[in-house]
Design a protein around this ligand. Sequence first.
Ligand SMILES: CC(C)(COP(=O)(O)OP(=O)(O)OC[C@H]1O[C@@H](n2cnc3c(N)ncnc32)[C@H](O)[C@@H]1OP(=O)(O)O)[C@@H](O)C(=O)NCCC(=O)NCCS
Length: 175
Amino acid sequence: MTPPSKPVSKGGSSSLAAKPPSASFVEMTQLVLPSHTNAIGTIFGGTVMSWIDIAAAIAAGRHARKVVVTASIDALHFVAPVKKGYVVHIQASVNYAWRTSMEVGVKVTSEHPLTGERLHTATAYTTFVALDDNGRPTPVPPVLPESAEEKRRYAEAQKRREARMRLAADLKGGE
Ligand SMILES: CC(C)(COP(=O)(O)OP(=O)(O)OC[C@H]1O[C@@H](n2cnc3c(N)ncnc32)[C@H](O)[C@@H]1OP(=O)(O)O)[C@@H](O)C(=O)NCCC(=O)NCCS
Protein backbone atom coordinates (compact mmCIF):
# COMPACT_ATOMS: atom_id res chain seq x y z
CA MET A 1 0.00 0.00 0.00
CA THR A 2 1.25 3.49 -0.79
CA PRO A 3 1.85 5.49 2.42
CA PRO A 4 -0.05 8.80 2.67
CA SER A 5 2.01 11.69 1.43
CA LYS A 6 3.38 14.04 4.09
CA PRO A 7 1.60 17.36 4.64
CA VAL A 8 3.05 20.14 2.55
CA SER A 9 4.35 23.45 3.88
CA LYS A 10 2.53 26.67 3.05
CA GLY A 11 5.54 27.80 1.03
CA GLY A 12 5.05 25.41 -1.87
CA SER A 13 2.26 25.33 -4.38
CA SER A 14 3.54 22.26 -6.19
CA SER A 15 2.23 18.73 -5.73
CA LEU A 16 5.75 17.51 -4.99
CA ALA A 17 6.06 15.66 -1.67
CA ALA A 18 7.59 17.68 1.17
CA LYS A 19 11.04 16.76 2.43
CA PRO A 20 12.67 17.51 5.81
CA PRO A 21 15.90 19.56 5.86
CA SER A 22 17.72 16.45 7.12
CA ALA A 23 17.13 14.82 3.71
CA SER A 24 19.39 17.35 2.02
CA PHE A 25 21.83 18.17 4.84
CA VAL A 26 25.44 18.48 3.68
CA GLU A 27 28.66 18.55 5.71
CA MET A 28 31.83 19.31 3.78
CA THR A 29 35.22 19.16 5.49
CA GLN A 30 38.31 20.94 4.20
CA LEU A 31 41.91 21.34 5.37
CA VAL A 32 43.28 24.90 5.07
CA LEU A 33 46.30 24.55 2.79
CA PRO A 34 48.85 27.27 1.97
CA SER A 35 47.12 27.79 -1.39
CA HIS A 36 43.90 28.76 0.47
CA THR A 37 45.49 31.55 2.51
CA ASN A 38 46.21 35.25 2.15
CA ALA A 39 49.43 37.20 2.86
CA ILE A 40 49.00 36.89 6.64
CA GLY A 41 48.45 33.12 6.69
CA THR A 42 44.70 33.14 7.29
CA ILE A 43 42.09 31.79 4.94
CA PHE A 44 41.17 33.86 1.87
CA GLY A 45 37.49 34.94 2.01
CA GLY A 46 36.87 33.96 -1.60
CA THR A 47 37.90 30.38 -0.83
CA VAL A 48 35.32 30.17 1.97
CA MET A 49 32.69 31.72 -0.33
CA SER A 50 33.40 29.06 -2.94
CA TRP A 51 33.06 26.27 -0.34
CA ILE A 52 29.79 27.86 0.89
CA ASP A 53 28.42 27.96 -2.67
CA ILE A 54 29.39 24.33 -3.34
CA ALA A 55 27.91 22.95 -0.08
CA ALA A 56 24.71 24.99 -0.60
CA ALA A 57 24.40 23.85 -4.22
CA ILE A 58 24.68 20.20 -3.16
CA ALA A 59 21.99 20.68 -0.47
CA ALA A 60 19.64 22.51 -2.88
CA GLY A 61 20.24 19.88 -5.58
CA ARG A 62 19.48 17.07 -3.12
CA HIS A 63 16.25 18.77 -2.06
CA ALA A 64 15.07 19.52 -5.61
CA ARG A 65 16.71 16.61 -7.45
CA LYS A 66 16.99 19.06 -10.34
CA VAL A 67 19.65 21.32 -11.78
CA VAL A 68 20.00 24.31 -9.46
CA VAL A 69 21.72 27.68 -9.80
CA THR A 70 22.76 30.28 -7.25
CA ALA A 71 20.35 33.22 -7.45
CA SER A 72 21.80 35.20 -4.55
CA ILE A 73 23.92 35.12 -1.44
CA ASP A 74 22.90 37.41 1.41
CA ALA A 75 25.41 39.47 3.37
CA LEU A 76 28.23 37.26 4.54
CA HIS A 77 30.11 38.14 7.71
CA PHE A 78 33.37 36.51 8.72
CA VAL A 79 33.37 36.51 12.50
CA ALA A 80 36.76 34.87 13.15
CA PRO A 81 39.87 34.20 11.06
CA VAL A 82 40.96 30.65 10.23
CA LYS A 83 44.65 29.77 10.08
CA LYS A 84 46.60 27.52 7.77
CA GLY A 85 46.48 23.90 9.01
CA TYR A 86 43.02 24.25 10.59
CA VAL A 87 40.09 22.05 9.58
CA VAL A 88 36.99 23.81 8.22
CA HIS A 89 33.49 22.35 8.43
CA ILE A 90 30.82 23.70 6.08
CA GLN A 91 27.27 22.62 6.97
CA ALA A 92 24.37 23.39 4.66
CA SER A 93 20.66 22.64 4.79
CA VAL A 94 17.54 23.83 3.00
CA ASN A 95 15.63 26.11 5.37
CA TYR A 96 12.58 26.86 3.21
CA ALA A 97 11.33 26.24 -0.31
CA TRP A 98 8.99 28.57 -2.17
CA ARG A 99 7.72 27.81 -5.70
CA THR A 100 10.98 27.39 -7.57
CA SER A 101 13.51 28.82 -5.12
CA MET A 102 15.02 27.56 -1.89
CA GLU A 103 16.86 29.28 0.95
CA VAL A 104 19.91 27.27 1.97
CA GLY A 105 21.55 28.20 5.27
CA VAL A 106 25.27 27.56 5.57
CA LYS A 107 27.31 27.52 8.78
CA VAL A 108 31.10 27.50 8.71
CA THR A 109 33.15 26.45 11.73
CA SER A 110 36.89 26.03 12.17
CA GLU A 111 38.52 23.20 14.13
CA HIS A 112 41.92 23.55 15.81
CA PRO A 113 43.87 20.54 14.49
CA LEU A 114 45.50 19.71 17.85
CA THR A 115 42.89 20.65 20.47
CA GLY A 116 39.74 20.03 18.45
CA GLU A 117 38.33 23.35 19.65
CA ARG A 118 35.64 24.57 17.26
CA LEU A 119 34.88 28.21 16.51
CA HIS A 120 32.09 29.78 14.49
CA THR A 121 33.64 31.37 11.40
CA ALA A 122 30.77 32.50 9.17
CA THR A 123 27.08 32.09 8.41
CA ALA A 124 25.51 32.66 5.01
CA TYR A 125 22.00 32.51 3.61
CA THR A 126 21.84 31.63 -0.07
CA THR A 127 18.98 31.32 -2.54
CA PHE A 128 19.01 28.65 -5.24
CA VAL A 129 16.56 28.23 -8.10
CA ALA A 130 15.73 24.88 -9.74
CA LEU A 131 15.72 24.78 -13.53
CA ASP A 132 13.91 22.54 -16.00
CA ASP A 133 15.39 21.09 -19.18
CA ASN A 134 14.86 24.43 -20.94
CA GLY A 135 16.70 26.38 -18.25
CA ARG A 136 13.47 27.89 -16.86
CA PRO A 137 12.62 28.00 -13.13
CA THR A 138 10.67 24.87 -12.15
CA PRO A 139 8.78 23.88 -8.95
CA VAL A 140 10.58 22.28 -6.02
CA PRO A 141 9.24 20.19 -3.12
CA PRO A 142 8.16 22.12 0.01
CA VAL A 143 10.25 21.84 3.17
CA LEU A 144 8.77 20.00 6.15
CA PRO A 145 10.68 21.15 9.25
CA GLU A 146 10.80 18.51 12.01
CA SER A 147 13.11 19.52 14.87
CA ALA A 148 12.78 22.73 16.92
CA GLU A 149 15.94 24.04 15.22
CA GLU A 150 14.53 23.31 11.75
CA LYS A 151 11.25 25.02 12.68
CA ARG A 152 13.15 28.12 13.88
CA ARG A 153 15.17 28.28 10.66
CA TYR A 154 11.99 27.75 8.62
CA ALA A 155 10.24 30.70 10.34
CA GLU A 156 13.31 32.94 10.05
CA ALA A 157 13.72 32.13 6.35
CA GLN A 158 10.24 33.50 5.65
CA LYS A 159 11.14 36.75 7.42
CA ARG A 160 14.38 37.03 5.43
CA ARG A 161 12.47 36.49 2.16
CA GLU A 162 9.99 39.23 3.13
CA ALA A 163 12.89 41.55 3.95
CA ARG A 164 14.59 40.77 0.59
CA MET A 165 11.38 41.50 -1.29
CA ARG A 166 10.80 44.74 0.66
CA LEU A 167 14.34 45.89 -0.13
CA ALA A 168 13.98 44.99 -3.82
CA ALA A 169 10.69 46.92 -3.99
CA ASP A 170 12.22 49.94 -2.19
CA LEU A 171 15.19 50.01 -4.54
CA LYS A 172 12.91 49.71 -7.56
CA GLY A 173 10.72 52.55 -6.25
CA GLY A 174 13.75 54.80 -5.92
CA GLU A 175 14.92 54.37 -9.54
C1 LIG B 1 18.04 32.82 -10.88
C2 LIG B 1 17.31 32.86 -12.23
C3 LIG B 1 17.15 31.44 -12.76
C4 LIG B 1 15.90 33.46 -11.95
O1 LIG B 1 15.28 33.54 -13.22
P1 LIG B 1 14.08 34.57 -13.49
O2 LIG B 1 13.75 34.49 -14.91
O3 LIG B 1 14.38 35.87 -12.85
O4 LIG B 1 12.93 33.83 -12.74
P2 LIG B 1 11.68 34.37 -11.96
O5 LIG B 1 11.56 35.85 -11.93
O6 LIG B 1 10.54 33.57 -12.50
O7 LIG B 1 12.01 33.90 -10.47
C5 LIG B 1 12.14 32.53 -10.18
C6 LIG B 1 12.44 32.38 -8.72
O8 LIG B 1 13.75 32.88 -8.46
C7 LIG B 1 13.68 33.79 -7.39
N1 LIG B 1 14.71 34.79 -7.60
C8 LIG B 1 14.99 35.43 -8.76
N2 LIG B 1 16.02 36.26 -8.58
C9 LIG B 1 16.40 36.13 -7.29
C10 LIG B 1 17.41 36.74 -6.48
N3 LIG B 1 18.26 37.64 -6.95
N4 LIG B 1 17.51 36.38 -5.18
C11 LIG B 1 16.67 35.46 -4.67
N5 LIG B 1 15.69 34.84 -5.39
C12 LIG B 1 15.57 35.19 -6.66
C13 LIG B 1 12.28 34.38 -7.45
O9 LIG B 1 11.88 34.92 -6.20
C14 LIG B 1 11.48 33.14 -7.82
O10 LIG B 1 11.29 32.35 -6.67
P3 LIG B 1 9.90 31.53 -6.42
O11 LIG B 1 9.52 30.85 -7.71
O12 LIG B 1 10.28 30.50 -5.40
O13 LIG B 1 8.90 32.50 -5.94
C15 LIG B 1 18.04 33.76 -13.27
O14 LIG B 1 18.13 35.07 -12.79
C16 LIG B 1 19.42 33.24 -13.59
O15 LIG B 1 19.60 32.34 -14.37
N6 LIG B 1 20.46 33.85 -12.94
C17 LIG B 1 21.84 33.39 -13.14
C18 LIG B 1 22.11 32.19 -12.24
C19 LIG B 1 23.57 31.81 -12.27
O16 LIG B 1 24.15 31.78 -13.33
N7 LIG B 1 24.12 31.55 -11.09
C20 LIG B 1 25.50 31.31 -10.98
C21 LIG B 1 26.16 32.64 -10.80
S1 LIG B 1 27.88 32.57 -10.81
